[in-house]
Design a binder for this molecule. Structure first.
Ligand code: NAG
Ligand code: NAG
Ligand code: NAG
Length: 522
C-alpha cells in the first residue's frame, strides 16, 4: 500500500501535464467543428443565452434562503433573521441557509449544497464567468462555508442543526419575525454522525479547491477542517439519524458509508494524498461502493457522484500515466460510472424509466431531484470523455458518444424549463409560466405582515404567493407529467436549497457546447 501511495503522487504530476496537453488538443479540435456535438452548435466559449438566463434565475434562490444579517440584499421581501443562532454555544451560526420552505438549517443537505456548488464552479467556473454568474455562485458558497466553519469548533465536534423541526414545521411565519427558540444539535465522539461529518468534509475539501486561487489562507483553513472532519467521521462510525432517531423523519441518510467514500474522493482531489484514493478504492470501496450497480445521485446517495468524481482520475491518467491499470478499484469505479451513464441514455438497452414527456423518473417525492442530479453527472462525464479524447461509451453491444450524454443532459434541463406536457417551467421566476403557490413560508406572506407562529391563513390561501421565490426548483411532476400548483402540495411544490444547487450545476454544464475539464488542483 505504501508503495502505491508514493506512486500515486508522482503519477498525479504526470497526469496533470498530460491533461494540459489533451485539453489543448480537444479545445483546438472543437473550434474546428469536430468533437463537441455537431457543427451547428456554437464553439466552446460562446454562451447559450437560454441556459445563462436560467442560471441567473436559479442562483437567486440562495439569496432568498440566506439566514443572518444580510449583506447587499437584493431580494426586496427578505431581511435579517436568526441573527442570534448559535449564541447559546458561544458560536456565530447566524449565516448558512434555510433548508426549504421552512427555517431549519439541516447540516446534511446544506453541506451537500455546498459540495455541489463547489463542484459546479470547479468544472464550469469559466463558463459561469463568461455568463457573469460566477460571482453569484461564489457569494452563495461563501455564505454556507462561513457557517460550516463556525459549526466545527473542535476536532470531534460539529453542529449539524439549528432550530427544532417539530416546532418550526408547526409554525407558518416569515423568518424575519421568527421568535421560537433555536436549539442546536451537535455530533461528538459520543454521539457520532459519519454521514453528516463526511458530507461536511466533502464540502470543505471541494470548497478548498474553489478558493485555492482566490483566497489561499481560507482555502487551507477549509482543507484543515476537511481532514479533521473526515477523520472524525471515519473513527466514530454511525449514521446521525441512528444517534438522533427523532431526525430520521427529515433527512434520513440510508447509509453513511457512501459519504465516507465521497469525502475521501474529494480529499484526494484536494490534497493529492494517495491514502485518500486508497481509502476509496481499497477494502472500503469493495465493501461499500456497491460497484457494478448503477444508481441515482441524490442528497442521500453519493455513490454515483463518487464514481464520476473518481473516474476523473482514470480518464486523465490513461494518457501514459497508468494509475487506472495499477488500481483495479479505481477501474471498477470508472466501469460503474459507465453503467450509470448507460441507464441514463434513453436509447440504451439498460435505459431507466422515463415519463411520456421524457423526464427520467425515479421517485414521486421531489421528482426532479434525480433527473437533474443525473443530468449534471452526464454533462460532466461527457466533458471528461471529450477532454481525454475518448469518443465512445459502450453499453452492452451499443456505443454512445459524449454528444449523446449532452443531449440527455439538455433534454432534462429543457423539460425543467418548460419543454414538458404542462408547458410549465419548474424553475420559479424563469419563463412565462411557473408555479405560483410554492410551499415557502417567506414567499407566501406579505413582507409587512408579522404573523408570529400563527400565519396559517397564508398557508391555506388559494391566492398566488405575494413574493416570488426566484430560483426555486420545485419538487416536480407526477409520473404522468402532471403537476398541481397548490401550496399544501409539499411533495410537488416545495423548493429546496439543494435542488437549486443541482440545477445550478446542470445549467452551468450546458452554458457552452462542451467544456474542457481542467485539473481540479491547479
Ligand atoms: C432510516 O433509514 C434506515 C436505514 O435505511 C431505516 O432502517 C429506517 O427505517 C429509516 N427511518 C425512517 C423514519 O425512515
Ligand atoms: C496522507 O493522509 C494521511 C491520512 O490523513 C496521513 O496520515 C498522511 O500523513 C498523509 N500523507 C502525506 C504525504 O501528507
Ligand atoms: C396523474 O397522476 C396523479 C398521481 O398519481 C393523479 O392524481 C392524477 O389524477 C393523474 N392525472 C391524470 C390526468 O391522469
Amino acid at each position: 500500500m505504501a508503495r502505491c501511495v508514493r506512486c500515486c503522487c508522482c503519477v498525479l504530476v504526470l497526469l496533470l501535464v498530460a491533461l494540459g496537453i489533451v485539453a489543448a488538443v480537444v479545445f483546438v479540435r472543437n473550434r474546428n467543428g469536430g468533437g463537441g456535438g455537431g457543427g451547428d452548435h456554437p464553439v466552446p466559449g460562446s454562451v447559450d443565452h437560454k441556459y445563462a438566463e436560467a442560471l441567473a434565475v436559479a442562483l437567486q434562490f440562495f439569496q432568498v434562503q440566506k439566514s443572518g444579517k444580510l449583506v447587499k440584499n437584493e431580494i426586496p421581501w427578505r431581511g435579517d433573521s436568526a441573527v442570534d443562532d448559535g449564541q447559546e454555544a458561544g458560536l456565530d451560526l447566524s449565516r448558512g441557509m434555510y433548508d426549504a420552505g421552512d427555517h431549519i438549517k439541516f447540516g446534511f443537505p446544506l453541506a451537500f449544497t455546498a459540495t455541489m456548488l463547489s463542484w459546479s464552479v470547479l468544472e464550469y467556473g469559466g463558463a459561469m464567468e463568461a455568463a457573469k454568474q460566477r460571482d453569484s455562485a461564489l457569494d452563495a458558497l461563501r455564505w454556507i462555508m462561513d457557517y460550516l466553519v463556525n459549526a466545527h469548533p473542535a476536532d470531534d465536534v460539529l453542529y449539524i442543526q439549528v432550530g427544532d423541526p417539530e416546532v418550526d414545521h408547526k409554525c407558518w411565519e416569515r423568518p424575519e419575525t421568527m421568535s421560537e427558540k433555536r436549539p442546536l444539535t451537535k455530533i461528538t465522539a459520543n454521539s457520532p454522525g459519519s454521514d453528516v461529518a463526511a458530507e461536511t468534509a466533502a464540502a470543505m475539501a471541494a470548497a478548498s479547491l474553489v478558493y485555492k486561487p482566490i483566497d489561499a489562507s481560507y482555502s487551507s483553513s477549509l482543507l484543515g477542517h476537511a481532514e479533521q472532519l473526515f477523520s472524525f467521521a471515519d473513527r466514530h462510525r454511525a449514521a446521525y439519524t441512528r444517534t438522533f432517531p427523532e431526525l430520521a423523519k427529515y433527512y434520513n441518510s440510508t447509509t453513511y458509508q457512501d459519504e465516507l467514500l465521497w469525502a475521501s474522493g474529494w480529499l484526494f482531489h484536494a490534497t493529492g494524498n494517495g491514502s485518500y484514493l486508497a481509502y476509496a478504492t481499497g477494502k472500503n470501496g469493495e465493501d461499500f461502493a456497491d460497484l457494478g450497480n448503477p444508481r441515482y445521485f441524490s442528497w442521500d446517495d453519493k455513490r454515483p457522484g463518487t464514481q464520476v468524481l473518481l473516474s476523473r482520475v482514470s480518464f486523465f491518467a490513461s494518457q501514459g500515466a497508468g494509475v487506472a491499470e495499477e488500481n483495479g478499484g479505481l477501474e471498477s469505479y470508472k466501469q460503474t460510472a459507465d453503467a450509470v451513464m448507460c441507464i441514463l441514455l434513453p436509447d440504451s438497452e439498460t435505459a431507466a424509466f422515463r415519463t411520456e414527456g421524457g423526464l427520467l423518473y425515479v421517485a414521486e417525492w421531489n421528482s426532479l431531484q434525480h433527473p437533474v442530479a443525473s443530468a449534471f453527472l452526464a454533462a460532466v462525464y461527457g466533458d471528461y470523455m471529450l477532454t481525454s479524447g475518448k469518443t465512445e461509451l459502450t453499453c452492452g453491444g451499443q456505443s454512445f458518444s459524449p454528444a449523446d450524454l449532452r443531449k440527455f443532459a439538455q433534454s432534462q434541463a429543457d423539460y425543467v424549463l418548460g419543454d414538458n406536457p404542462m408547458k410549465l417551467s419548474y424553475l420559479v421566476g424563469y419563463g412565462d409560466g411557473y408555479p405560483q403557490r410554492v410551499h415557502h413560508r417567506g414567499a407566501s406572506i406579505p413582507a409587512d405582515v408579522n404573523t408570529g407562529c400563527g400565519g396559517q391563513q397564508w398557508l391555506e390561501s388559494p391566492d398566488p404567493n405575494p413574493n416570488v421565490a426566484t430560483g426555486a426548483l420545485v419538487g416536480g411532476p407526477f409520473k404522468n407529467d402532471s403537476f398541481v400548483d397548490e401550496r399544501q402540495n409539499v411533495m410537488q411544490n416545495e423548493a429546496t436549497t439543494y435542488n437549486s444547487a443541482l440545477i445550478v450545476g446542470l445549467l452551468s454544464g450546458l452554458l457552452t457546447t462542451s467544456s474542457v475539464a481542467q485539473s481540479l488542483s491547479s
